[in-house]
Structures are given as C-alpha cells and as structure tokens.
Design a binder for this molecule. Structure first.
Ligand SMILES: Nc1ncnc2c1ncn2[C@@H]1O[C@H](COP(=O)(O)OP(=O)(O)OP(=O)(O)O)[C@@H](O)[C@H]1O
Ligand SMILES: [Mg+2]
Length: 415
C-alpha cells in the first residue's frame, strides 16, 4: 500500500504568502497541499470539510484570528495539528497559541528546513492522535452504551488548605512550591487562590490572569457535568499544575458566596487528586468554607508574638468549629536560629507541636519571586535547605492524609 501523504491546509490572508508556502512544501513529496484558506473562519470550515493532518496558520487575519481558529478547528477535528506562522516572535503570542493547542510556532518567513521539519513533526503527532481517537471510538462502541460525561468525574481529591491568621507569613510561597512538589505522574494538582481580593498566586508563578474563578462561579451548577469547561478556565503552569486564579477585580470577590465556593470545591475534588488552597489571613466566608472542608490544614506561624498569639486563637476556633486538631499541620516559616522564639519553645507554650521549621532564606525566595520559577524547581536552588524543607512538608502532608484515610476506614469498618 502506498504510504499516505501528509495532508496540509494553508491559511493566510495574503495570497502571495500562501503561494510561497505552497511552493516550499512542494519540495517534499511526502506532503500534499489539499486546500488554502484566507481567514480564520475559512480555516475552520475547510478543516471540517477536508480533514487535513496539519494546518499552517497565520495569526493576524481578518474575520477570525489564527489563535481562535486553531481552537475552533481542533474542536471540530481533535487530531489536527496546527503550525502557527507569525511575524511576531512574541512569547505571549506563542504561549496563547500553545494554550489553544497549537503544535509549533515559527516566525515568518520560516526557513525551508524548519518548516518541513515542523510539518513532519505535526503530522506524526496527528497520526498518533488519530489512532487514539479511533481507539477511543472503538472502545465506546464496544461499551455499547455511550459513557455519560459525568462518568469522567471519579476522583475524590484531597483538600489541603494553607492558612495563617496573620498576613505575610509565607502562605503563597509555601502553597506554590508545595503544589509543584506534589505534582507527579500519578497526581493531578489544582492550586486555588482563595485570597479572593488580593490573591497573587498566578503572579508569583509568572502567569497572566486571563481566566479566573469568576469564570466558574456563575456556572457552578453546570460545570459538574462539564470537566472541559473547568479545564479551560485553569491556568496551566509549566510544572503541570493547574491554577484557579483569584478574580481580576477586587469587587468580584463578593459574588463568591459560601454555597457556590463550597460546591466548586466539591467539583474540583472530582477532577483532581489534590486541591491546594491558598488563603487570606482574613477569615472570609470562602476561607472558612475551605477550612471546614479541608482534609489537612497547614497552619503557618512565624517567630513573633503576634503570629503566635493569632495561631493560638486559631486553634480555639478550630475547636469551636469542631475541626479535629489531627487535621492541622502546625508549621513555622522564616525560621532564623538566632531568634529566641524557637519552634521548641512555641510547641511547649502552645501545647501544640510545631511539626516543621522552614528556614528563612531571603535570597532564594526573592530570586524565585523575581523569576517566577518556584525555588523547588530551580536547578540552582532545589537543593537549598528551604527547598528540602518544602519536600519535608510534602511528605508530612502525604503522611497525614494517609493516616486520616486509615482512621476513616477504621471508623467505617467499626460502624
Ligand atoms: N522562608 C522564607 N524566607 C525568606 N522570605 C520568605 C520566606 N517565606 C516567605 N518569605 C517572604 O515573605 C513575604 C511574604 O510571603 P508570602 O507572600 O508567601 O506570604 P503570604 O502569607 O502569602 O502573604 P499575604 O498576606 O500577602 O498573602 C514575601 O516577600 C516572601 O518572599
Ligand atoms: Mg499570599
């Protein structure tokens, strides 16, 4: 059987550019140009009609731009692979293109060898994805009954809430680094910024906020059956974690009612193995809800009396809310050995053991904030004492979750 050619669709609003690309592709006998589109709208229509393997797509076009067209074309033909051509070598364009599923990004005019290599890479990927789609379709037929969307929702994710009753103790620093460390092949991590008014999780991870919790809250009753919508709203960090950003406008936070936030957390639990919640010191309704629902609360204190006094008050609140102290992982951040308020002293005075002391390291933390790269990932800093202590925190959190799981199983068995 003769090998099938790579079917390519060229989309650009300038006829001359389309011809130039076509001529370049003719150098390669494995490639066949099956159509040409003049704008994004035509790209989507032609994609659905001609079923290409690869689309070479311009970004700036009248009617519908190349990024929107990429998204829509891939909705219609999920295996199609898009190579974006643009005069801008701008990183933000590139990221936006990649986020909507573009496979490659080349600046105009692309060198012949780069263009041909990109088309071949994209075609390999298209073949791989087409096989996947076919296998999935076959599996669906074999199952006889169509799988309802809801069946995708199976996980019961663990909720880890990072709280401190005092501002600036390092919640966001710990939440971001911990989330990244908990990410591995077997985990799906969602980092929720519940510091709704002035949350800075996305900024700390060098991500722009284009979508936020505000895109989910109004639709909280529909999203349970629509995992795709949740996925679209998440900011996908290079580490593999998903970020649910705080609202872009402070006033929007008021529309996050406790009921809606509670439901949102329940839904996220069905989609992720771990939901890490960063909080504000202020006990807003959503923060309280997160604390009440938490599997583990990481309570952060520092080596100063106001922080310790507030932590004490928080433990009393925990008792009042009938949250088991077993769920609380009490830790101290920014620990400096010269400070006389030692973790041991605090453990003794509060009758609540400080489970972990995280050292103060201005240099590593500031470098990480400025670069937007969590220090646990940064090759120069991942062996620092502070990074190692985040690894210890991840381990403690895992142990606590496992212990609580065992305890709950025991209770169920006894019942
Ligand atoms: N272990 C540490 N060593 C040195 N500096 C730290 C450490 N942890 C946090 N910081 C610094 O302390 C400041 C506050 O940290 P961060 O923003 O994480 O705290 P927060 O509790 O989230 O604050 P906010 O109340 O603004 O939400 C930041 O400037 C951060 O760089
Ligand atoms: Mg913070």
């Amino acid at each position: 059987m003769p090998e099938q050619k790579i079917r390519v669709l060229i989309v650009d609003d300038i006829a001359e550019t389309r011809e130039n690309i076509k001529r370049t592709l003719q150098f390669d006998t494995a490639i066949e140009v099956i159509g040409q589109g003049r704008n994004g709208r035509e790209a989507v229509e032609l994609c659905a009609q001609l079923l290409p393997d690869v689309i070479i797509m311009d970004i700036n076009m009248p009617d519908m731009d190349g990024i929107t067209a990429t998204e829509k074309a891939r909705e219609k033909v999920p295996y199609v692979q898009v190579v974006i051509l643009s005069v801008q070598s701008d990183a933000s364009y590139m990221r936006r293109a990649m986020l909507v599923g573009a496979r490659d990004f080349l600046t105009k005019p692309p060198p012949i060898d780069e263009l041909l290599a990109a088309v071949h890479r994209a075609a390999d990927k298209a073949a791989e994805e087409r096989t996947k789609v076919t296998q999935q379709a076959a599996a669906a037929v074999a199952a006889a009954t169509p799988t309802p969307k809801k069946a995708a929702l199976t996980t019961t994710g663990k909720l880890i809430v990072i709280y401190s009753p005092k501002g600036g103790t390092g919640r966001t620093t710990l939440a971001t680094n911990l989330s990244v460390l908990l990410k591995n092949q077997d985990t799906k991590i969602c980092l929720v910024d519940a510091s709704l008014q002035f949350g800075d999780v996305a900024t700390c991870l060098n991500e722009q906020v284009r979508t936020s919790i505000m895109d989910l809250i109004p639709r909280v009753d529909e999203i349970e059956t629509d995992p795709e919508l949740i996925l679209n709203v998440m900011i996908k960090h290079a580490s593999g974690i998903h970020i649910l950003a705080a609202p872009q406008h402070v006033s929007d936070s008021l529309s996050v009612t406790p009921e809606k936030f509670s439901k949102l957390l329940d839904i996220l639990r069905q989609q992720y193995t771990h939901i890490i919640v960063d909080t504000s010191a202020y006990l807003s309704d959503p923060v309280q809800i997160a604390l009440e629902k938490a599997d583990v609360i990481i309570l952060v204190t520092t080596q100063d009396f106001p922080a310790i006094k507030n932590s004490n008050a928080f433990f009393m609140l925990v008792d009042q809310l009938k949250i088991s102290r077993e769920r609380v992982l009490f830790i101290m951040n920014r620990v400096d050995k010269r400070n006389r308020i030692t973790p041991e002293l605090v453990s003794e005075r509060m009758r609540q053991p400080v489970a972990l002391a995280i050292p103060s390291d201005e240099i590593v933390v500031t470098m990480s904030l400025n670069s937007g790269v969590p220090f646990v990932l940064d090759k120069d800093n991942k062996n620092s004492a502070i990074a190692k202590s985040i690894a210890a925190l991840a381990e403690l959190a895992r142990e606590k979750l496992a212990k609580l799981d065992d305890f709950e199983t025991e209770v169920v068995i006894k019942k």
